[in-house]
Design a binder for this molecule. Structure first.
Ligand code: SF4
Length: 478
């Protein structure tokens, strides 16, 4: 097939942008971390955010509450770049919320870095969120017409305005009133002068978990953030649930909406979350391994080795190898220390770009028929580069197996996706895609296979997962 394929040129470089100059993978959302009732709240937050860094690398921030007084620090860059001993030392108090950001709505600038801090008639508010409010523009335009002035382009600010305009004086009632007007996917942490409030959207689209550390309560987007601070996981925040912690340190359970069908993002299991995290009690590595096994059952191919695209596809590759008996090998190595580059690459350097991030292990793949496992194909440009890397290193055949169904629709719930016209699976047939990425064969895991592998089955359509990017079945209005 290789002679029919355009090995370089425009197609090869599609999908390059400032955020992701080498790979065309989906952009992660954001990560939140909260602490209530611990003397080292800011430090715990720092370590928690560090563990959640894969969810956003554009900015980071922490706000603490010291007996009603807020202290905060926010900056552009990685957690380790934004915080140091000195600014962490200034973040005093027994409660804190923190955030790592990848901008899906709103520009990438310091004013949009979270937690966002507001003064309202009853005191101070700090808000950190993961997700996307689908009707934010609609609400914003309504509020602006009636006199509201917005300081940021972040959709999170909409919540602050709704809270401050609520007819309720009680903060919990005002937050409930505000949240009930939002449509979309969100996991909110709201710090007030005397409370910490956590809330998840009525479909529970974004992951949100609770843990305990001694008598302190912790909240995080993923459980991997609890492990680094030695906290014990309690449970996930439920769809439509509102949890309130106050000075009595008792967690009050409330709700702001009737839970709709549970629709946790299936892509969290496929790609976004860290393999050592559990979402709804399901370990991510184990779910991915099951996806690899299912994929092997659905699309067996005779080959010499199985290899996975590091890091998110390794678990599925191990599952594929286990199921088929074809040995798993490390055929690709990721350069972990490349970091981010601010140099706009020239055409020539872009072509080298993938080699800076990934190398094929020649001695492993040379002369071999390789099964290459990847978690998803977005534009297809990454797949083409990786297949070519393996061929250049001497692979005789490259069979691509994808551990999720074809990605054909954009996401409105906080995942940075290209328009439909730029999604390769939305525009080409399987055969055309296979040719375009220069593979010898290509297969995607079925939707049923993916859902059975995730194995999260509360009642409802799709067994509790959002699958809109695969099947156009959006859990909310768009
Ligand atoms: S549309 Fe896809 S990426 Fe977005 S929340 Fe649903 S499953 Fe996740």
């Amino acid at each position: 097939m290789s002679d029919e394929v355009n090995w370089s040129g425009d197609y090869y470089n599609e999908g390059m942008n400032a955020k992701n100059s080498i790979f065309d993978k989906l952009g992660e959302e954001c990560g939140v971390f909260g602490v209530w009732g611990h003397p080292d709240a800011a430090q715990l937050c720092y370590y928690g955010l560090h563990a959640l860094q894969h969810r956003g690398q554009e900015s980071a921030g922490i706000c603490t509450n010291n007996q009603g007084e807020f202290h905060y620090s926010r900056g552009m860059g990685l957690v380790k770049e934004v915080f140091n001993e000195s600014n962490l030392h200034d973040l005093t108090g027994h409660s804190a919320i923190g955030h790592v950001r990848y901008s899906t709505a709103g520009e990438s600038k310091l004013a949009n870095a979270q937690p966002l801090i507001f003064k309202y008639r009853e005191g101070d508010l700090a808000i950190a969120t993961n997700g996307n409010i689908v009707n934010a523009l609609e609400i914003k335009s309504r509020l602006e017409k009636s006199g509201s002035i917005f300081q940021t382009s972040s959709d999170t600010e909409v919540l602050a305005h709704l809270i401050s305009r609520s007819k309720h004086d009680d903060i919990v009632e005002a937050v409930k009133d505000a949240l009930s007007q939002l449509v979309g996917a969100f996991a909110f942490l709201i710090l007030t002068n005397d409370k910490l409030i956590a809330a998840s959207d009525p479909n529970g689209i974004r992951p949100f978990t609770i843990a305990q550390l001694g008598s302190a309560y912790l909240f995080a987007s993923e459980t991997c953030a609890f492990d680094v601070v030695g906290a014990t996981y309690l449970r996930d925040v439920l769809p439509g649930e509102l949890l309130v912690l106050d000075r009595k340190n008792v967690m009050c359970k409330d709700s702001f909406a009737k839970p709709s069908r549970h629709a946790i993002c299936a892509m969290e299991y496929v790609y976004f979350a860290r393999p050592d995290s559990d979402i709804n009690g399901i370990n991510i590595h184990s779910a991915r391994k099951r996806m690899g096994k299912k994929l092997a059952k659905e699309s067996f191919i005779s080959a010499d080795i199985v290899t996975g695209v590091p890091d998110s596809s390794i678990s599925a590759a191990i599952g594929f190898a286990e199921q088929t008996g074809i040995p798993y090998e490390i055929g690709l190595i990721k350069n972990r220390y490349i970091g981010r580059t601010f140099i706009q690459p020239s055409q020539e350097l872009r072509e080298q770009g993938v080699k800076m991030k990934l190398s094929a292990v020649r001695k492993v793949v040379e002369g071999k028929r390789v099964v290459l496992i990847d978690d998803s194909i977005v534009r297809g440009t990454t797949s083409l580069r990786i297949v070519n890397l393996l061929r250049e290193a001497g692979a005789t055949e490259v069979h691509v197996r994808i551990s999720s169904p074809p990605f054909i629709n954009p996401c409105f719930y906080g995942i940075d996706t290209p328009e439909r016209k730029d999604l390769i699976a939305a525009t080409l047939t399987l055969e055309e895609m296979c040719r375009k990425i220069n593979a010898d064969s290509l297969y995607f895991l079925s939707k049923t296979g993916m859902l059975e592998s995730i194995n999260f089955m509360p009642q409802g359509v799709n067994r509790g997962c959002c699958t809109a990017c695969f099947d156009n079945s959006y859990p909310t209005k768009k």
